[in-house]
Ligand binder design. Structure first.
Ligand code: GRF
Length: 198
């Protein structure tokens, strides 16, 4: 059984789907949910599902990334995770942190990587006139939003789309994609999950 930790920064809708999926014959179980924001709405959702939570306020470390990450690692490592999932986690992690989990650390990013690493992905897809957008689950490497692809879901970009309408369409697919990727990854299979592939 793969012990799985999840890091969030906000509402944690992806985290909820992952925790809800890790039941029955699923080869993983959620062991802890952490956040860089003590006010993250997802923390209460995790507790309601019976998952232990913790929060380390990154603002208490004023940009001292190493100190923040040392504080983050303490409760995280105490949970002895086999897999670490970033789900709406909005802090950039140093290579030193990533290397501790490399090969067993996943992230979901709301674009069809390698297109649009970083922020404002939906507006950038609209501005570029892309016909498609979507989300990618990838293994985390020290380079931001650049690791090996574990899954991708595509959605159409519609003519009257705003960043918000596109984000909502993509989020629906994220909630289908991430649990499928985690199940496959936890069973030792890194074959990419491709949803709505052209
Ligand atoms: C989602 O768009 C996800 O792609 C990105 O963060 C957003 C919020 O995710 N990583 P969640 O609702 O907090 O899971």
């Amino acid at each position: 059984m793969k012990r799985t930790a999840i890091l969030i920064s906000g509402g944690g809708s992806n985290m909820v789907k992952l925790v809800q999926a890790m039941v029955g014959d699923h080869p993983a179980r959620a062991v802890i949910v952490g956040s860089n924001d003590p006010q993250a709405g997802g923390l209460a959702k995790a507790r309601d599902m019976g998952v232990t939570t913790f929060a380390i306020d990154h603002r208490a470390y004023q940009g001292d990334r190493a100190a923040f990450e040392a504080a983050l690692l303490e409760p995280l490592l105490a949970a002895q995770p086999d897999i670490l999932c970033l789900a709406g986690f909005m802090r950039i992690l140093t290579p030193a942190f990533v290397q501790r989990f490399q090969g067993r650390m996943l992230n979901i990013h709301p674009s069809l990587l390698p297109k649009y690493p970083g922020l404002h992905t939906h507006q950038r897809a609209i501005d570029a006139g892309d016909a498609e957008a979507g989300a990618t689950v990838h293994l985390v490497t020290p380079e931001l939003d650049a690791g090996p692809l574990l899954g991708q879901a595509r959605v159409p970009v519609l003519p009257d789309d705003t960043a918000d309408t596109l984000a909502a369409r993509v989020l629906v697919q994220e909630h289908l994609l991430y649990p499928q990727v985690l199940r496959r990854f936890a069973s030792g299979d890194q074959t990419p999950v491709l949803l709505n592939a052209a």
